[in-house]
Design a protein around this ligand. Sequence first.
Ligand code: HEC
Length: 469
Amino acid sequence: MRLPFTALIGLLLLCSSALAGVETLYLKHCAACHHAERHGLSGPPLIPEYLGPKNETELASIIRNGLEATNMPAFKGVLSEKEVLDTVHFIKTPAKAPEWGFEEMLSTRVISSEGYGPGHGLEHGRENLFMVVEAGKGTVHFMDGERFEVMGSVKAGAVHGGPKFAPALEHAFISSRDGWVIKYDLLNLREAGRIRAGISARNLAISADGKKVAVASLLPAGLVVFDAATLLPLKSFRDSGAMSAVYSLREGRRFVAAARDRAGLVFIDDGTLDEKFMQTPMPVTDFFIEPGERYMAATSRGSGKLWIVDLKEERTVKELPLRSGMPHLAAASFWEADGAMFAAFPHIGEPVLSVLKLGDWELLAEIKVKGPGFFARTHESVPHVWVDTGTDTIQLIDKKTLAVAGEVVPEPGKKAMHIEFTGDGAFALVSVSEDDGRIEVYDTRTLEPVKGIPFKRPVGKYNASNRRF
Ligand code: HEC
């Protein structure tokens, strides 16, 4: 169809004036807290990379009603319904990538090291420490693994990827979704410093020697490596794409990262920081690395396939079809039985747990569970894989028979999610992820609850023995 030239101009003017209208609206009502370019100030960034899967209905409701017990005001009565919807549309459109070099990063860096020495905090018991992400308060807590008491806390905003314990267990590092890297001092139980690596980030990884921290940034896209001691940026890899995740490999002393807009993996030597690229069949949107760190299982959203990458030889060794969609590989759990290794992972939106035999890379089973969950976890001393189901029930899968062998229900009708074990596997911690929620601690032998610790929407929990770097 051809439009007369004047009609085209008219259309263009109409579009740009609508945009200009909503931009003015944004600058007037939102920019003071969310930044003129939507990069986030006291409020989070309002860009697609950050808002992620939140849909337009959810966003419109947040803008209309505000967020209770936060500084996010309600705009009902201030903005018309059409203005609310225009604003939603506006914050869902891509923002210009910000200028975010070392200078911008350094301007955000805060080091709070003065005035305290060792001996006030955790000299013992750090191997069994938990980090607890309390989503409802944007806080990460440090909780001991015997009495399950909170020892210290740090404000972190929204946290997506798992926080990590540094190898010597003297520090922990947290990456927030709005791009901050927060360093926490475990000996003194206080924040040691922070720096903003970008506007929006996925996760971080700590090198095996504890000296470097790599951050997977979404906006601007790329990886940034920091000195773990000083939080000074050492090198950024801005051409590597919008990162889905970064991990640290003890074997070969490298970081490995996947970009979701580029078909390949990036390897970075954690000593020299030299970069190497390996082609993959499709962009890797999700992956796991097996405990031996030799192989990666990777998938590309919508591909219906899983492929196995030999990380040592840097080549794809097998490709296999998946019967269920959207595997959540980052949530995979591993165990050994009869001399073989197995991995189990859930599927987002489907009530299925897939079980994969490592080595010959065969899909052994697709176990029907009560509902679509996010996480599967086990421990070498525990006979079951604990699986959340998006419901009030955590189901227990027998590692030998692969049958559903039991369940725990922390509170009927309230969503139970994410499981983590103590270092010895004697207890399992489950989140009741509600505003008046809690973490329920279970004895893994008797399956009896032994303690409940109240939190506002607790989500992830990470044990220092089970989750290092
Ligand atoms: C007085 C400061 C302030 C103003 C003004 C403000 N916000 Fe917010 N907004 C916040 C804070 C703080 C949060 C985070 C609340 C929390 O802790 O969850 C937030 C969160 C949000 C979220 C949820 C983001 C997420 O986590 O997914 C949206 C969407 C949002 N604001 C949109 C807007 C829009 C659109 C406007 C303007 C019409 C606006 N805000 C004005 C402070 C503000």
